[in-house]
Design a protein around this ligand. Structure first.
Ligand code: ATP
Ligand code: MG
Length: 798
């Protein structure tokens, strides 16, 4: 059944082109070929092939012609096994014969006349059988959708027009909205029967003005009034038992089985699921997902082909939906931007989480990122959430679960923005903003409209935990879960809306922003192509961009600021350093790198001369350095070797240190409001000339294993001692290099205006034996690990 031509050999093994799967070796290939998927697809392909070879394509028919009419007419050429018609349009039919000789007979007939119509009969077009992946997010499917959009987008006159077209194309139509409204009404009628006085409210993209055709229907079942009803009914029943009259609550009411005030959300949702299954027509695939942050009942509506979620503790989501509606009403440019950026993020597989949960951004988080960018435009397009709160009147005050959710109910209450930038510029601005954003070192606050230093969230400050008596709302009692991307919900301030992201997805997001930013600077983005080539949004939407690494990047070891791997003691020091935390952390890392090279790898290290042309800048900035930073760095900074031994970094870093940001806003505006400090002067960044005489980078694993075996366990202390021993062992046993390797290491602090990290650029200055690249690749993996260990160790000793 399977044909050899389905299997091709690749660099990584084999590929089955029929099933579109990669197989690493022969056994897995054998297994695949014998497996169900491959067999089924082979059978389907064979059937299709037979059908193609046995059928003809007939056009020129009319809608009133039936399948039987066609079958009867073509029987004269031989037995007909099937007729497939496109009944809706009534334009063509495919007639399948039992034998292939009938085809020749039908094709050689000069004229086909049937019921006054002249039919055209042609051989079937041979189409290559291709598996269409079911996953909507599969790049092939994403490309297919884009291919349909492309001609329309390309013929428009401007990027602005293309952006508006995206809205037109994807937005929920009036009929769809009406159908959703009717379903909500039906659910309301059903639920109120079981939960008296309950209310069902739609939230999320169906109603926040950003909905697309396939978006889900998010529903909140508000049972607050039902609880009141239930407790009243309970009292009445007790009174009835004592001889008073019953108020008529039926004995078999579902409410008599459950006490809403004490039941767990999962118990209540089980009940909701049962009601959905039994009482709502067309609803199927009902199941409870209790593991989610907010448990939900999921269902599917057959006729509307609609996925629905019902939650019961989600008043905040209803409110934040209301907030997004307000923003949309306040500023007409928001909707087109949201549709365009949501589509871009989907194409690049940065957002959407197809199965609900996942490590990608969800659309709510993405929308907040857009709003935050618009708050930071010059002049701002949006006010901060705090400013909006001030514009609300007394009746609009709203506190939910202790969080202040006040904002004006009508857009008219808010003055229009002075920002006049068009959509094309704002879209490019969004990419530029996040391509340089310091995700690692900041927490995004829409409340304040700025990025807060991550260190504000590190240490448990007791003062924060006390509720402000004048403001009976929550402030900082609970800390958000910090991660690679920190985006505070505008109302539930202890919730990181992007807390589900992993480092990979955060990096992809920023990398794609950088790619998009580069593209938006090109003429292809801004100008319509006269030659019919893709331009404007089309190229921006190409699925999954690939970023090519440049040569210089390959020779740089980058150590990212990773909160999760910073030990508690150092966290506290960083916290004390306030906005100067980046420099303090950088100095610690440099000191550790120096320690790894010098002590652990036994390199001969000489501090290299500082850049002369920058020293004046550095000296000037040194004077403006905040005293707080001075004390925090000097108090805590120690060389990894010992307190007394002078470290070359000690001299360089302290002598040339400067504040990375002169006020707490420095990390806030990646839009060039503040200079990119880290790159301006280099003199404060240490650099060394390093000489290596032994092959200490090679064969370490084997030596390490031997050393552990010899002593029968790991040596005392951390792995730092073990690694030093490995070096000593190699140095002693292996001959010296014929010519020592000499290379320069230049450090650089990046942060504030992009993801905080320490970068170490390696450049050979003398490599007669040609080992530099091996050394570099070794250090690429070894250095970050060892730095982490050394930082932990230093804090432990402090
Ligand atoms: P779509 O369904 O098109 O992906 P959506 O805006 O409806 O977009 P959902 O993930 O379905 O996004 O979430 C529905 C609503 O739930 C959001 O509009 C928001 O009000 C709320 N919500 C979703 N995720 C979060 C979150 N992480 N934190 C707070 N509220 C959230
Ligand atoms: Mg939704």
């Amino acid at each position: 059944m399977s044909s050899d031509s389905d299997i091709i050999t690749t660099m990584k093994g084999f590929q089955c082109t029929l099933c579109n799967v990669n197989l690493p070796n022969m056994p897995s290939l054998d297994q695949h070929v014998k497996g169900r998927k491959h067999k089924t697809l082979s059978t389907v392909r064979n059937t299709r092939k037979t059908q193609e070879e046995h059928s003809v394509f007939v056009s020129g028919i009319k809608p009133e012609i039936s399948q039987t009419d066609i079958s009867e007419y073509f029987e004269r050429f031989g037995p007909v096994s099937d007729v497939i018609m496109d009944k809706d349009k009534g334009v063509y039919a495919i007639v399948q014969f039992s034998g292939s000789e009938s085809i020749q007979a039908a094709l050689s007939c000069v004229e086909h006349r049937m019921k006054g119509l002249q039919l055209r009969v042609k051989p079937r077009e041979k189409k290559e059988f291709k598996l269409i992946p079911k996953n909507k997010n599969d790049p092939q499917n994403l490309q297919r959708v884009l291919d349909h959009l492309k001609p329309e987008l390309c013929q428009l006159v401007s990027v602005n027009a293309q952006i508006h077209y995206i809205v037109e194309r994807f937005q929920l139509g009036e009929n769809e909205k009406k159908a959703r409204g009717l379903l909500v009404q039906l659910l309301q009628e059903v639920f109120v029967e079981f939960f008296p006085d309950s209310q069902i409210l739609a939230f999320g993209s169906s109603v926040n003005t950003f909905g697309i055709h396939s978006c889900d229907l998010d529903l909140f079942l508000d049972l607050e009034n039902t609880k009141v009803f239930q407790s009243r009914a309970k009292t009445t029943t007790e009174q009835a038992k004592e001889g008073m009259s019953d108020d008529g609550q039926s004995e078999d009411s579902i409410l008599s089985d459950i006490d809403l005030t004490t039941a767990s959300p999962a118990e209540i949702l089980d009940l909701v699921a049962t009601i959905l299954k039994r009482c709502v027509p067309s609803v199927h695939k009902v199941h409870v997902v209790s593991s989610a942050r907010l448990p939900v009942v999921k269902f599917h509506h057959r006729e509307l082909n609609l996925q629905g979620d019902i939650s019961i503790n989600n008043r905040l989501a209803v409110r934040n939906t209301r907030f997004l509606q307000l923003c949309s009403g306040m500023e007409g440019r928001l909707r087109p931007l949201v549709y365009t950026i949501r589509y871009w993020a989907k194409q690049k597989q940065l957002a959407g989480n197809p199965s609900g949960s996942g490590p990608l951004l969800n659309n709510y988080a993405l929308t907040l990122l857009i709003l935050f960018f618009l708050q930071n435009c010059e002049p701002p397009v949006f006010l901060t959430v705090d400013q909006l709160k001030e514009m609300a009147c007394e009746e609009e005050e709203c506190v939910i679960e202790g969080w202040n959710c006040t904002f004006p109910s009508q857009p008219i209450a808010v003055p229009p923005s002075k920002n006049m930038q068009d959509l094309c510029t704002l879209l490019a601005g969004f990419f530029s903003f996040y391509s340089k954003f310091d995700f690692a070192g900041s927490v995004i606050s829409l409340r304040e409209g700025r990025a807060l230093p991550i260190t504000d969230f590190l240490s448990q400050n007791k003062d924060d935990e006390v509720m402000d008596e004048n403001q009976p709302t929550k402030t900082n009692q609970q800390r958000p879960k910090l991660g690679p991307l920190n985006l505070l919900d505008p109302f539930e301030l202890s919730h990181n809306v992007a807390g589900n992201l992993n480092e990979r997805s955060q990096r992809s997001f920023q990398r794609e922003c950088q790619e998009a930013e580069k593209y938006c600077r090109s003429l292809q983005y801004q100008r319509k192509s006269n030659k019919g080539k893709s331009w404007g949004l089309v190229r921006l939407f190409t699925p999954q961009g690939q970023v090519l690494q440049t040569k210089t990047e390959q020779l740089t070891v980058s150590i990212p600021f990773k909160l999760a791997s910073i030990p508690e003691g150092l966290r506290n020091q960083l916290h004390k350093a306030g906005d100067g935390f980046r420099l303090l952390w950088f100095q610690k890392v440099c000191s550790a790198v120096e320690g790894v090279l010098k002590t652990i790898l036994n390199c001969h290290l000489t501090p290299s001369t500082a850049f002369k042309e920058d020293s004046a800048v550095a000296a000037e900035e040194l004077e403006t350095t905040a005293a707080s930073l001075e004390s925090s760095t000097n108090d805590s900074f120690e060389s990894v070797e010992s307190n007394t031994e002078s470290s070359s970094l000690g001299t360089v870093a302290v002598g040339h240190k400067r504040q990375l940001s002169s006020d707490s806003d420095a990390s806030v505006s990646p839009q060039g409001k503040k200079p990119r400090l880290a790159r301006k002067g280099k003199s404060e960044f240490p650099q060394w000339i390093c000489v290596l005489k032994h092959i200490v980078w090679a064969g370490r694993r084997k030596v390490r294993r031997e050393l552990i075996k010899d002593t029968d366990s790991r040596p005392e202390g951390s792995c730092m001692e073990l690694e030093s021993q490995v070096t000593a062992y190699i140095t002693e046993k292996e001959p010296e290099l014929k010519d020592p390797l000499e290379f320069k290491v230049q450090s650089q602090m990046v942060g504030g205006t992009e993801s905080t990290r320490a970068e170490f650029r390696f450049e050979p200055t003398s490599d007669k034996v040609g080992v530099f690249h091996d050394v570099f690749h070794f250090l690429e993996a070894f250095l970050p690990k060892m730095v982490e260990t050394l930082l932990r160790r230093e804090v432990g000793n402090a």
